[in-house]
Design a protein around this ligand. Structure first.
Ligand code: PLP
Length: 442
């Protein structure tokens, strides 16, 4: 049967009459998917199936929220069992304590744990906590880092034309939305990442006013950009020496790079960390965790963090099953996802080399992204904005659909390997990549 997505097209037309861009987020609409998005009906392990019955190997996995893949039997079982006793109590529950204990054991910096629903919420609360605890107003965020859609973070988070970025010694703070509180970015300092001199300069300029530095451990919203060796350690020392809190946003890297997150992998101890996405295994569970004396500032709502849905009861049963799967057999699941990620990465590089395609693959274990560029490596946001052909990547990712592979169509995001992916999935994907490259103007 020839590849057809007619039903998706029809659904999109119907959706446009009730929803803006036919959905609930611009990243699911035409900005990424072109004419119309695929409407997905179900997921099975490493695959998704759209409403037309087409099957795809899924490397996007709900923006990384499904570390076990789709409909993992342990998650299905845990959730089915939990739901028969009620959905939500918005009151103290044993499962909340149990999962908090698991996190405390896995993540050495998690002396205390607070559950939220999304990465955005956890990051909002973390920055409020840092300001409340230190009594200082400002914080540093890095160019190209995304911490959710809260006003204070919405500067220089997405790719922009290189010429609009300003000088790297004094980056232009580019707001990412209309309608922001007009003072929201006044206390947000934007600095280039992977550059210790840049952070030193900012600390000197705003001495005594900075509550926190917030950073992704591996840049995951501008493709995949690993930290330079010793960069995160340098950031840790600088913040410590200058009485500034370090907030590590592990929304993407947590439950993915290592049991203890990327902080374990790179050997740093942040003051506050944020977890989301993979933690919830498809359910909206996020957490911010950290030093007991800092977290204590939440007591009695001194630094306020509320939420009817905080510590989602059903979600926490899924989290427990998820963590149990990843921790059993000495963390064999982590070895598997690293192995799959590395095999996919190596295979892609080989194809690009063989076909003379000007593209690189950047990765850390199970996280990887293809970048169409003349450069050998992309080491920060500025490199990405200046040297990566995002349109070409999008054409390529959309072309892959026809061959049964679903990677994010956004050049700024990334693919993830999960426990559900197999070596056969890697071989199938590499074959699809060979074919899709023939359909793209390179
Ligand atoms: C590093 C990082 N922090 C925070 C967020 C926001 O998480 P959520 O989409 O769950 O609000 C994201 C989402 O992509 C992210 O990548």
């Amino acid at each position: 049967m020839p590849y057809s997505t007619d039903k998706s097209r029809e659904l999109y037309q119907r959706a446009l009459a009730v929803m803006i861009e036919g959905g609930s987020s611009p990243s699911r609409g035409p900005a990424n998917y072109g004419e119309y998005p695929l409407f997905i009906e179900r997921g099975e392990g490493s695959s998704i199936i759209d409403v037309d019955g087409n099957r795809y190997i899924d490397w996007m996995m709900a923006y990384g929220a499904l570390p076990l893949g789709h409909a993992h039997p342990r998650i299905v079982e845990a959730v089915n069992e939990a739901v028969t006793a009620g959905t939500l109590f918005a009151a103290a529950t044993e499962i909340e304590v149990e999962v908090a204990e698991m996190l405390q054991q896995m993540v050495p910096s998690a002396e205390r744990v607070r559950f939220a629903n999304t990465g955005t919420e956890a990051a909002m609360a973390a920055i409020r906590l840092a300001r409340g605890y230190t009594g200082k107003p400002k914080f540093i965020k890095f160019e190209g880092h995304y911490h959710g859609w809260y006003d204070d973070f919405l500067a220089s988070a997405h790719p922009h034309y290189f010429v609009s970025l300003g000088h790297r010694n004094d980056p232009i703070k580019i707001p990412e939305s209309s309608g922001l509180n007009r003072y929201a970015l006044d206390d947000t300092i934007v600095v280039p990442w992977n550059d210790l001199r840049a952070i030193k300069r900012a600390i000197d300029t705003y001495r005594g006013q900075i509550a926190a530095v917030i950073t992704e451990g591996i840049m995951a919203n501008i493709g995949v950009i690993p930290p330079e060796s010793d960069y995160l350690q340098g950031l840790r020392s600088l913040t410590q020496d200058n009485n500034i809190l370090l907030i590590l946003d592990e929304t993407v890297t947590g439950c993915r790079i290592a049991p203890g997150g990327c902080q374990k992998y790179y050997g740093i101890k942040p003051d506050i960390s944020i977890f989301g996405k993979a933690l919830g295994a498809g359910f909206p569970v996020a957490a911010f965790v950290g030093r007991a004396d800092i977290m204590e500032a939440l007591a009695w709502g001194g630094v306020l963090h509320y939420g009817t849905q905080n510590a989602s009861r059903i979600g926490l049963y899924a989290v427990r099953a998820n963590l149990q799967e990843f921790l059993r057999d000495n963390g064999a699941a982590f070895s598997h996802i690293w192995d799959i990620g590395e095999k996919l990465c190596a295979g892609l590089k080989e194809i690009f080399e063989e076909k003379g395609v000007k593209a690189i693959v950047q990765s850390v274990g199970p996280m990887l992204q293809i970048m169409f560029t003349e450069k050998d490596a992309i080491r920060d946001y500025r490199d990405f904005c200046a040297c990566v052909d995002r349109r070409k990547y999008q054409q390529f990712a959309l072309a892959l659909f026809k061959y049964g592979v679903y990677m994010t169509p956004s050049a700024a995001l990334h693919s993830v390997a999960t426990l559900a992916h197999t070596h056969d999935d890697v071989a199938y994907t590499l074959n699809a990549v060979r074919q899709a490259l023939n359909d793209v103007e390179l």
